[in-house]
Write a protein of this length. Structure first.
Length: 265
């Protein structure tokens, strides 16, 4: 999507852009997720508060991915739609928003967008990665899941290779009250497990994700790495079947190791 080219004719009022695409990074440790909630501190809530204070007007801010409590982001995308025209330049708007946001949230890029641009609806794919530390990490405790037992990387890689394609992720979905009757079919573009020193990283990209799907996949891959679940059993779970005696929900990985890596348009 050529955001700059189309913004000049679609996202302006009086010659100034009034719809913007934001790219954000945040440490989710102290937030109750992305989505604004009553009596809870959220990333969307902080952004709305900062924008309203700056612009003295109501605004619309929507994100491309609804990260859960404690989940981080390196490349979250959002749109900012102004309801009252502003003469602030893009550079001024970016600087002033960041000055009003807590240190754990940063708008790393802000650019004019078409008036019809919607961060969630226009997204083609979302990518996440999950970090598993094989040793105690004093400085990265909030950003990893420390697994003390040995993990068989080869088995985890074999299982991750099965994820690409169209599968039924019913076994890995937490019921979402906001989406009754949601399909559990997801098309995964790519998935892999790799090692970088003491860190094992699981990466996955797909058109969309079900609630807690990535964390449950990460937890299941750890079970496979511990030889507590076979690659063939994992293959069966990807067909939408539940296996007797196996509770995938109980294997949900903690949010600390999960990052929303980026959004493609």
């Amino acid at each position: 999507m050529l955001l700059h080219a189309r913004a000049a004719r679609l996202g302006t009022i009086g010659g100034m852009p009034q719809t913007f695409k934001l790219t954000l990074e945040y440490d989710g440790s102290k937030f109750s997720g992305w989505q604004q909630q009553i009596n809870a501190r959220t990333v969307q809530g902080e952004l709305l508060s900062a924008a309203r204070e700056l612009l003295h007007s109501e605004v619309d801010i929507q994100g491309a991915g609804r990260t859960d409590s404690g989940v981080h982001a390196l490349g979250q995308a959002a749109h900012l739609k102004l309801r009252t025209p502003t003469r602030l330049t893009v550079e001024h708007l970016l600087r002033e928003l960041n000055d009003r946001l807590p240190s754990s949230i940063a708008v790393v890029e802000l650019q004019p967008a078409p008036a019809r641009f919607h961060a969630r609806h226009d997204a083609l794919t979302r990518s996440y990665f999950y970090q598993i530390s094989t040793r105690k990490a004093a400085l990265a405790k909030r950003y990893v899941w420390w697994i003390k037992e040995p993990l068989d990387l080869d088995l985890m890689q074999q299982a991750a290779a099965l994820l690409a394609g169209r599968h039924d992720f019913a076994a890995f979905r937490a019921p979402d009250p906001s989406k009754p009757g949601e399909s559990t079919i997801v098309v995964v573009d790519s998935a892999e497990v790799g090692r970088d020193g003491h860190m094992i990283v699981f990466r996955i990209e797909a058109s969309h994700f079900l609630w807690k799907m990535v964390r449950r996949l990460a937890g299941t891959l750890v079970r496979i790495g511990k030889s507590e679940l076979s690659v063939e059993q994992f293959r069966e779970l990807l067909s939408g079947r539940s296996l007797a005696g196996l509770d995938v929900a109980a294997w949900t990985a903690p949010p600390s190791g999960l990052f929303l890596e980026g959004i493609k348009y």
